[in-house]
Design a protein around this ligand. Structure first.
Ligand code: ADP
Length: 635
């Protein structure tokens, strides 16, 4: 017996004794070795015309009684030297990394999970492996055999055909592990389809089916159909990956079927994107934008990801690193040649190629959406209703870093247009000297549209974006600017649109009524920081009063923060009560102050504040006091 090299022994030890759960990948590893062996012969066949390529195949067989699983190929094969070199040491490409990690004393299970480790993974399910191989161009076959513990033997053997046969003698079942499952048609078929469906050589297996026996001609009404087991050799993998085919050669129906059968959706996708990148970065990708968001898309449990293949073999079912979060709803497949089959999660994340692919895909998805926005506005509007939240989230969770890539995909309701518009459309419709994008937030579009602060801005000829989503303001604030315009909440301080004469008039009114404003202020709750003459409510038909936010934090934001759990640190909110000095109520208030009618002043103050709060959709704190004040004045 020949002894395993130290690093092989260590690895085999881990294989046999680890509690690593993903044992089923052994089949993927063996099939991909078989496929590589056929690739090598294929290359040979380019110069050697005697090789018949159409016969290339891989076979998976099982024997329930003997408890064996056999993977056979008619590829390049191995002689005794190759068996020694390839199976006596860790030959797989991840081996150096493995050794480094093993030396660093990392968690052993983790190491196996990361590297999968090719051929040796057989020992996760088998306690004896026999490899019989006859190399291409030789009559002599060789047999390598090992229990995966100390060493292995290599002996001369007989084999009629060229290629390699790997027989796994399954381990005994334990309380925790059922190895029998690996010699069932059901499991093997499932694993071939899951991991090796697109291997480019046929993977054949004997499958048995129950078929109905022919019905006897004299069968009466009470005839019960009889069945017999029918065995047939079948190709299990579908071979040609749909994503490598040219878009022009695949029907919409085929694309849709692939989507539905692979991504757990019964609806057709909204968009299909097929990509074939060549040059420094080579990959094929097939992406789908779904019609409806997945149920859990806005929950914490949601996991984004694209299936990642390397040369038609699946490496990862959902690789999150291929998509930015804001396009997390996109489903699909990426296939790139140059990735190591057993690349680890951590290494993938840092992999330059994966990062470059992610950037490519992001650009491509963005341009697809921009095209939809330009050419099929209704479809985009509907799409945005369902998925747009994740773009806004992308902007504010990145503190505005993603503004450039996402701002043009956003839609907001325009008060002037009475439908959703893009920021670009808003700006195009604005006057050349407009310096800000105005917005307002509230419970419903109808309610916000009617607030005095919105009305006042609209009357001056400006459009206002109306929002009912508490996070929109976060999004505006994170963007900071769009097209050189800042974002302004209309219910907040100075908007920079008041005319000089209005400002001047308000300043004068503030000076003249200084005593009145402080008297009124004294009657109001602490949240009212200041009472002033409104620079925006200036007509006798305008509302009598409005409230604006005193500080940096708008009313909507303060409400949003207050509604969050653990809101102790939430910014405290203060209003400025603006009074329309041209309104009849103001004249009445002036009279009451002059007459030193304290009670009446109190009633006016209550009404003016509460009216403003109601108009903003905030609601009054004490409706009874509000009603009493009104009743007292109209009585
Ligand atoms: P990897 O496939 O990552 O190189 P493995 O440990 O799975 O690592 O296999 C080691 C080597 O053994 C392969 O590189 C290949 O040269 C050889 N080998 C394995 N299986 C076969 C096979 N079915 N036919 C021919 N050669 C094989």
């Amino acid at each position: 017996m020949r002894k395993f090299k130290t690093e092989s022994k260590k690895l085999l030890d881990l294989m046999a004794n680890s509690i690593y759960t993903n044992r089923e990948i052994f089949l993927r590893e063996l099939i991909s070795n078989a496929s590589d062996a056929l690739d090598k012969l294929y290359i040979q066949s380019l110069t050697d015309k005697g090789i018949e390529r159409s016969a290339f195949e891989i076979e998976v067989a099982y024997d329930e009684k003997a408890r064996t699983v056999t993977v056979t190929d008619n590829g390049i094969g191995m002689d005794d030297d190759s068996l020694e070199k390839n199976l006596g040491t860790i030959a797989h490409s991840g081996s150096q990394e493995f050794e480094a990690e093993a030396e660093a004393g990392k968690d052993e299970i983790d190491i196996i999970g990361q590297f999968g480790v090719g051929f040796y993974s057989s020992f996760m399910v088998a306690d004896k492996v026999t490899v019989t191989s006859r190399p291409y161009g030789s009559e002599q076959a060789w047999r390598w055999e090992s229990d995966g513990v100390e060493g292995y033997t290599i002996k001369e053997a007989e084999r009629n055909e060229r290629g390699t046969e790997v027989v796994l003698h399954l381990r005994e079942n334990t309380d925790d592990e059922d190895y029998d499952t690996f010699c069932t048609q059901y499991t093997l078929e499932k694993l071939i389809k899951r991991y090796s469906n697109y291997v480019r050589y046929p993977i054949m297996m004997e499958v048995s089916k129950q078929v109905e026996k022919p019905r006897p001609e004299d069968a009466g009404d009470d005839y019960k159909p009889e069945y017999e087991t029918h065995t047939e050799r079948q190709q299990i993998n579908s071979m040609i990956p749909i994503w490598t085919r040219k878009q022009s050669e695949v029907s919409d129906e085929e694309y849709n079927e692939f989507y539905k059968s692979n991504f757990h959706d019964f609806r057709d996708p909204l968009r299909t994107i097929s990509l074939h990148a060549e040059g420094t970065l080579e990959y094929d990708a097939l992406l789908y934008i779904p019609t409806e968001p997945p149920m859990d898309m806005y929950s914490r449990d949601f996991e984004k990801g694209l299936a990642l293949y390397s040369s038609n073999v699946m490496i990862m079912e959902e690789c999150p690193d291929l998509l930015p979060d804001h396009f997390g709803f996109v489903r699909g497949v990426v296939d790139t040649k140059d990735l190591n089959l057993n690349i680890s999660r951590e290494t993938l994340q840092k992999d330059r190629q994966v990062q470059a692919i992610e950037r490519h895909l992001e650009k491509r998805i963005t341009s697809e959406l921009e095209k939809m926005l330009a050419d099929e506005r209704d479809t985009y509007d509907e799409f945005f209703q369902k998925f747009g939240q994740s773009f806004k989230y992308g902007i504010y969770s990145s503190y505005g870093a993603l503004t450039d890539s996402l701002a043009d995909l956003l839609l907001f309701y325009s008060a002037a247009e009475e439908h959703d518009v893009t920021l670009k459309e808003y700006c195009e419709a604005a006057a050349a000297d407009q310096k800000s994008i105005f917005f307002a937030t509230g419970e419903t579009i109808e309610m916000v549209a009617k607030t005095p602060s919105v009305q006042a801005v609209r009357e001056k000829g400006y459009d206002v974006l109306l929002s009912t989503d508490g996070t929109d303001e976060l999004c505006f604030m994170s963007m900071n600017k769009y097209d050189d315009k800042d974002f302004r909440n209309v219910a907040q301080g100075d908007l920079g649109i008041e005319s000089e004469s209005d400002k001047e008039a308000a300043k004068k009114a503030n000076e003249e009524n200084a005593d009145l404003f402080s008297t009124v202020g004294d009657k109001l709750p602490d949240e009212v920081k200041e009472v002033i003459a409104s620079p925006r409510l200036t007509g006798s038909d305008d509302a009598a009063s409005c409230v604006t936010a005193a500080g940096q934090v708008s009313i909507a934001m303060a409400k949003y923060f207050a509604s969050m759990p653990n809101n102790e640190g939430a910014p405290k909110f203060e209003y400025v009560l603006e009074l329309n000095t041209h309104h009849k109520l103001f004249a009445d208030l002036q009279d009451a102050v002059k007459a030193k009618d304290d009670e009446k002043v109190s009633q006016y103050a209550t009404i003016l504040l509460d009216q403003a709060l109601i108009a903003e959709g905030i609601g009054v704190e004490d409706p009874t006091a509000f009603n009493e004040a009104i009743n007292a004045l109209i009585a």
